[in-house]
Every structure is written in structure tokens, then in C-alpha cells.
Write a protein that binds this ligand. Structure first.
Ligand code: PLP
Length: 391
């Protein structure tokens, strides 16, 4: 039953797609918790808040109305229009709803972009450290992520100089996230513009993952669309909107790309969850936005507590994260094996963190990611436990 029948095993691509290492930490965390240990979770990549009540209520109402069928592959028109209005109010941008496609999470949008752009052997520049699934999406469509080691020197982001240095014969573009996972650093309007110029001077495509927009703590995060209307933009209802489990995101594509992407979406997904799309309409209502903004302020307070506390413990966080809910910490004072270190912290002290090896290779063994997706009291407890062991 289920044995690999082909002599060489499963398809080659599968062996090149890596699992999340944090899963090992999380599995152990659950075992420890089941055995009665109090485990502090600073590893999750999703808000600890449940979806805001008005969104849940709109989802219930959609179900009660019988919205249980397929919807158009690019999303229900009302939601595409609502996202378009969001660009007008948040960024002062006019984005034609016809350029907006609703997708199954940012993940679905990233897969569509990869499928549209990559020929076999093509490469896309991306940061190391960075969100790991991106290079796996590229691999799935027989392309490749060309990982660019980034450090505090460029605030862990790509810039024009790095693009020039790493652009190869098969490079067709660059993919960045702002604010980024795992570092939380964001690109300013000028930096986005510099990046866009460097990429378009080489005839490439720029893909910007704006999934952590709305969770910017010091100043509003600019959209790349403010400086480059031809960029591909990824976004999601998962993070600021707090709807991870509903699996809904969106994509803004250049007008010329939409028909082809819609064709891909029809084949790959047929439709997103229809109920979730009607629920998401309520996410833009002022009363819901008020709840979401309050939550953003809570995340800001957590960052403002955790950043100095973690530095005090002896971790180096050279770039203040401007958004998302992560701190990317240099733990070289304590370890050069982040995976083993995370397991030890969990096993002996009940604190779950994400090892840097989940986000790439560059100095990954010396880094950890702290997520502040748990309440302030739990964060304080985690810092307290860590201070006893790292002293
Ligand atoms: C940078 C980034 N992009 C995309 C995703 C995927 O999000 P989703 O598919 O839930 O919208 C994540 C999730 O953690 C992320 O951190």
C-alpha cells in the first residue's frame, strides 16, 4: 500500500522542497503540553486573536443564505470592488477591480504568480532569510529561487545594488516582502522605487508580498503600487484581517496578465471558498476596522516590550522591525545550531521559538525568530524563563 513504484522514487521536485523545521518544535511543544507542561508559544505565524465577530457574523449570514456554491475564479465582484476601494482609502490609489484577483490566501496568489512568470530553469531573486514557501512555489513550476544573503546592512531587504550584483542569465525578476517575514523590516517608498528601477532596467518582474500591511507600527507602510503600477502585489486576509483559517488573499496584477492568471486560477482552484469571500466583505466595515486597528496597537505594544527585553537577554536585533509580528534575533552568543537550541529551550524551559534554519541558509544556525503572537503576560513569562537560563 502506497509504496513508491518508480525506481527513482517520487518526482525529483518533492525531494527539493523542504519541510518547516519549526514543525518539529511545535510537535514536541504539543506533546509537552499534553503531558501537562506549561509551554509558552512564541513560534506561531498567525494572530492569536480569533476572527473579529462582524466577519464571523457575515460568514454565518452567507451560509444561512445558501452561499455554498462555486464563485468566479477571480473572486466575487463585490469583494474585488471592496479591495479596490481599500487601495483608494488606504493608499490614495485607483486600482481597477478588474486587476484584482481574490485567491486562496497569499499562498494561492504566490503560486499563480510563479506559474505565470517562470519557465523551467528561470530564477527569481529573493532574500535569505525570507519566507521559505516562495522558493518552493518556484521549484514546483520548475523555476528556482536565487537566494541573496541579506544582513542588517540592507535591513535584510533587497536593494538596487544587490539586484545588480546577483542578477544572472536566467534571472527574470525579484520577489520581496514588506514588511518581511522573519525580520519585520519594511521598504520605504524610495527603496521600493530603487528596487523597481533596478528590476525593470533588466527587463524583469517585481513581485512584492504585502501580506503584513496593516501591521505597520511606526508609519504607514507604502505599497509598491505607489511607485510601480506594473508590479505584482500579493496580499491576504490572514494577518491584519485575522482570517488565517478562512484561506483568502488577493493579488493585484498588471492588466495584461489578468486573463492568463484567471485561466490558471480556473484550472488550479476553480474558486475560493464562497462563504469566506462574503465574510471578508465585512472586514472592510468601519466597525471591524476599529477592532483590527485595536489589535494592531496591541501587537505594537508587544513589540515595544519584547524588542528591548530580548536585546537585554543577549540577543542582537540590529534592525528594529517596523511591522509583522516577528523579531529576528542573532543568537550567536548562545549557539550556532538554532534548531538544537530551539529544541533545548523548549524541552528544558518550555519556550517555543522558530529556528533560523526555517528561513534560509545564510547565518541561519545563529538566528531565531520570536513571534509576539501571544499575550503580554505570556511574553513576560517567556522572557523571565529565558533570563534564568541565559542569565
Ligand atoms: C511573507 C508571507 N507570505 C505569505 C504567507 C502565506 O499566507 P496565507 O496563505 O495565509 O495568506 C505567509 C504566512 O505566514 C507569509 O509570512
Amino acid at each position: 500500500m502506497g509504496e513508491v513504484k518508480r525506481p527513482g522514487g517520487w518526482a525529483q521536485r518533492v525531494s527539493e522542497i523542504e519541510p518547516f523545521r519549526v514543525v518539529e518544535v511545535l510537535t514536541r511543544a504539543h506533546q509537552l503540553a499534553a503531558a501537562g507542561r506549561d509551554v509558552l508559544h512564541l513560534a506561531a505565524g498567525e494572530p492569536d486573536f480569533s476572527t473579529a465577530e462582524p466577519i464571523i457574523e457575515a460568514g454565518r449570514a452567507a451560509l444561512a443564505r445558501g452561499e455554498t456554491h462555486y464563485s468566479p475564479a477571480a473572486g466575487i465582484p463585490e469583494l474585488r470592488q471592496a479591495v479596490s476601494r481599500y487601495y483608494a482609502t488606504e493608499y490614495g490609489l485607483q486600482v481597477d477591480p478588474g486587476r484584482i484577483m481574490v485567491t486562496p490566501g497569499a499562498s494561492g496568489a504566490l503560486l499563480l504568480v510563479a506559474a505565470l512568470l517562470m519557465n523551467p530553469g528561470d530564477e527569481m531573486l529573493m532574500t535569505d532569510p525570507g519566507y521559505p514557501c516562495n522558493r518552493h512555489f518556484l521549484r514546483l513550476v520548475e523555476g528556482r529561487g536565487r537566494l541573496v544573503p541579506v544582513s542588517a546592512d540592507s535591513r535584510y531587504q533587497l536593494d538596487g545594488e544587490l539586484v545588480a550584483r546577483h542578477w544572472g542569465e536566467r534571472t527574470i525578476g525579484a520577489m520581496v516582502a514588506s514588511p518581511a517575514n522573519p525580520t519585520g523590516t519594511a521598504l520605504s517608498r524610495e527603496e521600493l522605487s530603487g528596487l523597481s528601477q533596478a528590476v525593470s532596467a533588466r527587463g524583469g518582474y517585481l513581485v512584492v508580498d504585502e501580506i503584513y500591511h496593516g501591521l505597520g507600527y511606526d508609519a504607514p507602510t507604502p505599497s509598491v503600487l505607489e511607485v510601480d503600477p506594473d508590479a505584482f502585489v500579493i496580499n491576504s486576509f490572514s494577518k491584519y484581517f485575522g482570517m488565517t483559517g478562512w484561506r483568502l488573499g488577493w493579488l493585484v496584477a498588471p492588466a495584461a496578465a489578468v486573463a492568463e492568471m484567471e485561466k490558471l486560477a480556473q484550472n488550479l482552484f476553480i474558486s475560493m471558498s464562497t462563504m469566506a469571500q462574503y465574510a471578508a466583505l465585512a472586514a472592510f466595515e468601519p466597525a471591524t476596522r476599529e477592532i483590527l486597528d485595536q489589535r494592531r496597537d496591541i501587537f505594537r505594544r508587544r513589540r515595544d516590550y519584547l524588542l528591548p527585553a530580548v536585546q537585554e537577554l543577549g540577543f542582537r536585533v540590529p534592525c528594529k522591525p517596523q511591522g509583522a509580528f516577528y523579531l529576528y534575533a542573532d543568537a550567536s552568543r548562545f549557539t550556532d545550531d538554532s534548531q538544537a537550541f530551539c529544541l533545548q529551550l523548549l524541552e528544558e524551559h518550555g519556550v517555543a521559538l522558530t529556528p533560523g534554519v526555517d528561513f534560509g541558509r545564510f547565518e541561519a544556525g545563529r538566528h531565531l525568530r520570536f513571534s509576539y503572537t501571544t499575550g503580554m503576560e505570556r511574553l513576560e513569562l517567556a522572557v523571565d524563563r529565558l533570563s534564568r537560563v541565559l542569565g
